[in-house]
Design a protein. Structure first.
Length: 205
């Protein structure tokens, strides 16, 4: 169902009223700018990050996954925190958990942390460390003002880490203001296959 421009604006105003005064909690009393996931609060966003500005916030929602080893499909809940401290990078934290058909928690799933950077030529660098025992470096570019496409350049796993293939990710803000993404990974036969997809709503920022 297609919504009018006025409806989209009204929805955006409603979301801003609900999330605009919230922020990630600060831990300790450090003598430096706080991490903020709210562009209205804390230090100003570094001007070099303007092409990534729409991503700043805390996002929560649900998605669908395909396990590369068991080949089972499953549902998951997810929280992504995109914050900054005024430096020329964005901090990234993502954690997900398996849910059942009713949306109830089953067990932990994936967890990753890292940083987004972007060069003067709009080349995006995404550095990720995964709790499952791997490190990835993605490169990409903005497709437009609200979507970003990335592909792995390097993937390293620890001695005990899970084997993981190269990946592609596409992130974007959809018309209702939510953050949606898809991830594809190379399978054992060298084919790109769907791994994760989700649609997340802004809860802070």
């Amino acid at each position: 169902m297609t919504r009018s421009g006025n409806e989209a604006i009204a929805d955006a105003e409603q979301r801003a009223a609900e999330t605009g005064d919230k922020n990630v909690p600060a831990v300790g009393d450090l003598p430096l700018p706080i991490d903020t996931a709210n562009l209205r609060l804390g230090p100003d966003l570094h001007p070099g990050l303007l092409a990534l500005l729409p991503m700043v916030g805390v996002w929560e929602g649900e998605g669908e996954g395909h396990h590369p080893l068991t080949h089972d499909d499953y549902r998951f809940g997810q929280q992504i925190i995109v914050s900054h401290d005024g430096g020329n990078y964005l901090c990234w934290q993502s954690r997900s958990w398996v849910i059942d058909e009713d949306g109830a928690y089953v067990r932990p799933d994936l967890r990753e942390t890292g940083f987004w950077r972007i060069g003067e030529d709009d080349t995006i660098e995404l550095m990720l460390t995964h709790a499952e025992g791997s490190i990835e470096l993605y490169y990409g570019r903005p497709l437009n003002q609200t979507s970003w496409n990335l592909t792995t350049d390097v993937t390293i796993r620890t001695e005990t880490g899970q084997h993981t293939g190269a990946a592609k990710r596409l992130y974007g803000l959809v018309p209702d203001g939510d953050l949606a993404y898809v991830e594809e990974r190379l399978d054992g036969e060298g084919e790109l296959t769907p791994r994760l997809s989700a649609k997340l709503s802004r809860v802070i920022g």
